[in-house]
Write a new protein. Structure first.
Lengths: 504, 366, 309
């Protein structure tokens, strides 16, 4: 079918400080096609789309719309060109109705809300594209899938010609996903250009017309969907590094089983299943990595193990003891440490000083408190020990932690969590956002823990890091455990495939 | 962020001297602002202020009076402070004060004649229990069902005050009286003065509680946990702290302390139960708590100052100045300090060079 | 008997209107996300300003304008403190409560207890006031009441059926989403707070210019708190507020009168009813055991910090 080029991005480069988010990216969008943007987190997909939406300005490069050069300086410009996006986190007002939310997004409008007219418009699009929405329903009553349909409807009502969807199937059931892609196809057939961002290879191959793969800010590969194979895509997304030289103590035979997770079902904040029938076991003296794109249940797994999230069904056993019903406080005393991904919102308290943060988990211990009173000398001593052992640069122990750099904050957090020799350290994205020096320091600490005999559950998105640090790796995709391998017996390709939903 | 050429940055820390100086400066600004209003009504602000100052603070009798008036204020201020320290908006000190007075008063007027000092200790306890139990209602609603405690405690105030009203106009009304006051409590239960100074021993109660609270908040693990909760509920849960438990504990203690204001007022000052006993102290307590930055020791000082302020309007009434000047000054001082608080959190700088320097760098880049 | 019921209903309307101005004003303010605990203080300022103007000029129109102006100025300051400076709304409310109470007594000292020559008199609407019973209750009231007959439906229409009203509803729920859509959240909040305070001031005027024609310190007697409780009780809905106000008014009037018929139940217990009712209503409408979405504006009392987004 002869398709015309609607929009073209040429040589787009975007830098944030020292980071090169987009490096000379070319993207060609045809009218009436579904274009998939594939790549890992941090590959530059969001940045590129934000440039298209007028939220960022590229450092260099040009954008052509219908052959004419355009400059998208603000979201208003993007809206005028008919570009719109459905984000992963919806921008809906729960107490308003569907029709009102759509009204709201339409910028200008009549003073008096003409319900009938709006409902008629909604119904028209509904029928045309198979998007079932009830205009009168209040948004809080809707399921996530229905809310997404409202978001899509918002774009349609604004007569968007280029519609971007960020990980649309992430929040949907397989059934809803299928319906959603049917809708996207109908919109494309109607002449709209649909871009969807995804990390799932099978869905990209099945539902798109063309695929662009971004890696490290660059276009790694670009192909019509017909030419795509799993191998070709995996190679583009993760590269083809196989084993890397690792300096690890030999894994002990007959290692003691520390933790057993059996048939775990955990729900996320919206009430949907985040973890589905997950089972695995952890051994002392190993680093066990959980690979997978963020948002596939990793947060819920970490919180469930740390005692911060209730388990819908299933069991967690530690040293043969059922700890499923234990709360966070009890698990801390059982030797479970947690380095959360939210450094400043959970792990540390930015407004409090180093000493206060240092004892956040252990203030009840006799070491730090007696008869309900804090013991200031030991608290000061342990903070000094942290600073010295891990070379934590700081302006003073009595100053708020918010004044420290990210790397040093993380060092404090990690130092605290490994204090008192925990049996299990749950580390969620421990080196995310850190410079090389700090990252190395943290990884060394985790390795030391493993060598000491603790078990480290490392949750990460970086395959490099996973292959370098861990003994075994499991992949979480869509809340399911896709496979557990010894890192010495697998490679990037296999893990990459598992990460994208390919069965083991 | 910048508005025009004004740059505003959030500060990380506030030096102690700023924390103390800032409110003092803005109190003075509040007084200056009020002098405009005083002039508008036709009086000389300097004459008014100096008269008030000398009446309440420059002579022994005045100081005694200031302390006396400040006594219930101290306890209300302490009560509100500890609740606000955990981000709990206890507006209900007024009602908790009343309930404490009712429970303790009931015991004093109609309870068994226990030997002293047991009798007064039991009353002490009952006043605390009265205030605490009244607060527990709001605490439970907040902890378990997340119901807005600001509104609940506020509504509870009126329920409690109306109940007190009913008792004092009805069953407890003293014979031969037409106003809503009860009989006097037994003489032996009057709180004695300290030596010949004329200052009630009630101040020891207030000071004691202030010191206990100070130590509690600064040095105990419970105080530490309260601070963690105030900063971030999420981090508190992450650390295994039982937030619900603390909501219950803190609000109940807050109510109990407000109830003790009733104890001090009945045994130390008026010696009977009367309608409108709290007389707004619960709300003034909020002003005090705020001006003291929720620091228990500062609460004592600020309470005496505000008590003196309230007393001093008697002096200026002879000049013809309306007695409401006290409340008006309180209000304008508080608004001024609230506005001034902004400067403690944000650094404001004027940068007339911003425009020019931008052009300079662009020139260089080319 | 009919005369008795009629007079109770008519009196209930008077009572209801005097708190409805403040309640509806506060509904707008809270829906925008700002809670003003100083209602009682602002009401007193409205009452004293209106009275002073009438006392000095005998001009009701001027007095009405003065009342609105005073309310608006107070609202402007409150908005500045809470929206621009981001100060704690509870503390600000308390400050305004105390300041308003004090200042009103201060400036009104010289006119305390003196009757003014003019006040809002009852006006019988031709034809409508001749309808038996209904006419006596609804159409023999004063201008402030008639104005409220317009304001209630207008507010309901505004909030639920117009675009700006819809934006208002979103404002108290998710200001970040509106900010992202380019709507000036700060300006809107200023506007609604100023409106709310102006309305509250009118409530005060109802008492010194209509219900009575003199000024006394603290004459609002806690009505501000009843208005405040109405906001939560009504689920932040002007229709609910109107019904609630009538209900509270009826209870209050009956309570006073019941003394004669049922001397066993003291009047204070009738007076308690609105407060107890509000707590119960609040629990039912916002308690977390509900599976339904709560009516309380989600962003109420939280300052909007753009940087924190």
């Amino acid at each position: 079918m002869e398709k015309t080029i609607l929009l073209e991005m040429k040589g787009i480069t975007k830098r944030f400080g020292k980071t090169l988010a987009n490096d000379n990216v070319n993207l060609r969008l045809y009218k009436g096609e579904i274009h998939a943007l594939l790549g890992e987190n941090g590959a530059g997909k969001s940045t590129l789309m934000n440039i298209l939406l007028g939220i960022y300005k590229p450092n260099s490069g040009e954008i052509f719309y219908k052959g004419k050069k355009v400059s998208i300086k603000s979201p208003k410009d993007a809206a005028e060109l008919g570009i719109g996006m459905v984000h992963q986190h919806f921008e809906l007002i729960p107490t308003l109705s569907v029709a009102e939310n759509i009204f709201l997004s339409m910028g200008r409008g009549d003073f008096i809300l003409n319900r009938a007219k709006m409902e008629e418009t909604i119904r028209r699009f509904s029928d045309k594209f198979g998007l079932a929405v009830d205009p009168g329903a209040k948004v809080w009553q809707l399921s996530v899938g229905e809310q997404q349909r409202v978001e899509i409807m918002k774009l349609l009502c604004r007569d968007c010609e280029i519609m971007i969807l960020d990980e649309p199937s992430a929040v949907l059931t397989p059934q809803e996903s299928r319906e959603m892609f049917k809708t996207l196809r109908k919109m494309a057939d109607d002449g709209k250009t649909v871009i969807f961002i995804s990390h799932k290879m099978n869905e990209v191959m099945e539902h798109s017309d063309r695929i662009t793969v971004l890696k490290g800010g660059r276009v790694e590969d670009e192909m019509p969907a017909g030419d795509a194979t799993v191998e070709r895509l995996t190679k583009a997304v993760v590269g083809s590094r196989t084993l890397s030289k690792t300096v690890r103590k030999t894994t002990k035979e007959n290692a003691h089983v520390l933790l057993e997770v059996e048939h775990l079902h955990v729900r996320n904040d919206k009430g949907l299943d985040a973890l589905k029938d997950v089972s695995f076991s952890l051994r002392s003296g190993e680093i066990f990595a959980i690979a997978g794109v963020a948002g596939n249940g990793q947060r819920e797994l970490a919180e469930a193990l740390a005692g911060l999230r209730k388990v819908a069904s299933g069991k967690i056993m530690m040293n043969r003891r059922d700890i499923t019903k234990m709360n966070a406080k009890q698990r801390i005393s059982m030797g479970i440490s947690f380095i959360p991904e939210d450094r400043l919102k959970m792990g540390l308290i930015p407004g409090m000083n180093m000493k206060q943060n240092a004892i956040l988990k252990k203030f009840r211990e006799p070491e730090f408190s007696r008869f309900g009173f804090l013991r200031s000398k030991p608290i000061k001593a342990v903070t000094e020990r942290f600073i010295e052992t891990h070379d934590i640069k700081n302006g003073g122990m009595d100053l708020p932690v918010s004044m420290m750099s990210g790397g040093n904050q993380q060092k404090l957090l990690v130092a605290r969590e490994i204090h008192c020799e925990p049996a299990l350290v749950i580390a969620a994205y421990p080196v995310r956002g850190l410079d090389i020096g700090a990252a190395e320091a943290i990884n060394n600490i985790l390795m030391e823990q493993r060598n000491r005999g603790a078990c480290v559950l490392l949750i990460s998105e970086e395959l490099d890091e996973i292959f370098e640090m861990s003994d075994r790796v499991a992949v979480l995709c869509d809340g399911k455990l896709m496979g557990i391998r010894n890192t010495s017996e697998t490679d990037y390709e296999e893990i990459g495939r598992l990460m994208s939903g390919e069965p083991a | 962020m910048s508005i025009g050429t004004i740059q505003i940055e959030k500060k990380h820390t506030v030096p102690l001297k700023n924390k103390i100086l800032n409110p003092i400066v803005f109190v003075l600004i509040g007084l200056v602002f009020s002098s405009v209003l005083i002039i508008a009504v036709g009086f000389n602000p300097i004459a008014v202020y100096s008269k008030m100052l000398s009446y309440s603070f420059l002579n022994l009798r005045g100081i005694n009076g200031s302390i006396k008036a400040g006594l219930p204020l101290m306890l209300c201020g302490l009560s509100v402070s500890i609740a606000f320290k955990m981000n709990l908006n206890n507006i209900g000190a007024e009602g908790q004060y009343a309930m404490g007075a009712i429970l303790g008063g009931a015991f004093a007027l109609f309870g068994p004649e226990l030997p002293m000092p047991l009798r007064i200790m039991v009353m002490f306890l009952l006043c605390a229990v009265g205030g605490g139990l009244w607060a527990v209602i709001a605490a439970a609603l907040k902890a378990f069902w997340n119901v807005n405690e600001t509104i609940v405690t506020l509504m509870q105030n009126y329920i409690a005050l109306l109940f007190l009203d009913y008792l004092c106009y009805g069953p407890w009304m003293a014979k031969k009286q037409t106003t809503a006051i009860s009989e006097a409590i037994p003489k032996e239960m009057y709180l004695p003065n300290i030596g010949n100074s004329g200052i009630s021993t009630g101040i020891l109660v207030a000071l004691g509680i202030a010191i206990l609270l100070y130590i509690f908040l600064k040095y105990t693990t419970a105080g530490y946990q309260i601070e963690v909760i105030r900063n971030s509920r999420r981090s508190a849960e992450y650390a295994g702290i039982n937030v619900k438990k603390y909501i219950l504990i803190v609000l109940t203690i807050s109510g109990a302390i407000a109830g003790l204001a009733g104890f001090v007022q009945i045994t130390g000052i008026v010696h009977r139960v009367q309608a409108q006993l709290p007389g707004g102290s619960g709300y003034t307590g909020i002003v005090i708590a705020y001006l003291s930055r929720f620091n228990p020791i500062a609460v004592i000082i600020v309470s005496i100052l505000l008590g003196g302020l309230e007393n001093s309007c008697a002096a200026v009434q002879l000049m013809g100045v309306p007695s409401q000047i006290a409340t008006m000054l309180q209000g304008s001082i508080m608004i001024s300090v609230i506005a001034g608080e902004f400067f403690n959190h944000y650094k404001v700088s004027f940068n007339r060079n911003t425009m020019i320097s931008q052009n300079k760098t662009e020139g260089v880049a080319q | 008997m009919t005369a008795f019921i009629t007079s109770i209903c008519a009196a209930a309307i008077v009572y209801a209107v005097s708190i409805l101005y403040a309640a509806i004003g506060e509904i707008f303010s809270q829906r925008a996300g700002i809670m003003n605990l100083g209602i009682e203080g602002i009401m007193l300022m409205g009452a004293v300003s209106g009275f002073l103007t009438v006392y000095n000029t005998n001009n009701l129109v001027l007095a009405f304008l003065a009342v609105i102006l005073v309310g608006a100025v107070l609202g402007l300051v409150f908005a500045f403190l809470t929206v621009t400076l981001g100060a704690d709304q509870t503390v600000c409310g308390m400050a305004f409560l105390i300041f308003g109470s004090g200042l009103s007594g201060f400036i009104g000292k010289n006119v305390t207890g003196i009757a003014s020559a003019v006040k809002f008199e009852k006006i019988n609407i031709p034809f409508l006031s001749d309808i038996p019973v209904v006419g006596d209750i609804f159409f023999k009231q004063d201008l402030l009441v008639y104005l409220m007959y317009l304001i209630v439906p207008l507010s309901i229409f505004y909030i639920y059926r117009t675009r700006p009203g819809m934006i208002l509803r979103a404002l108290g729920e998710n200001p970040a989403a509106l900010d992202a859509a380019g709507i000036n959240v700060f300006a809107l909040r200023y506007a609604y707070v100023i409106f709310g305070c102006a309305m509250t001031a009118i409530s005060g005027a109802c008492i010194s210019l209509s219900y009575t024609n003199f000024w006394n310190e603290g004459m609002t007697g806690g009505k501000g708190w009843i208005a405040f409780s109405l906001v939560a009780f009504s689920g932040w809905n002007p229709a609910g507020a109107a019904l609630g106000a009538l209900l509270f008014g009826a209870i209050s009037i009956i309570g006073i009168n019941m003394q004669i018929y049922l001397p066993g139940i003291p009047s204070q217990f009738y007076s308690m009813l609105p407060y107890i009712a509000t707590v119960v209503a609040l629990i039912i409408s916002t308690g977390s055991f509900r599976r339904k979405h709560t009516e309380e504006p989600a962003a109420l009392c939280q300052k909007y910090d753009r940087e924190a987004r």
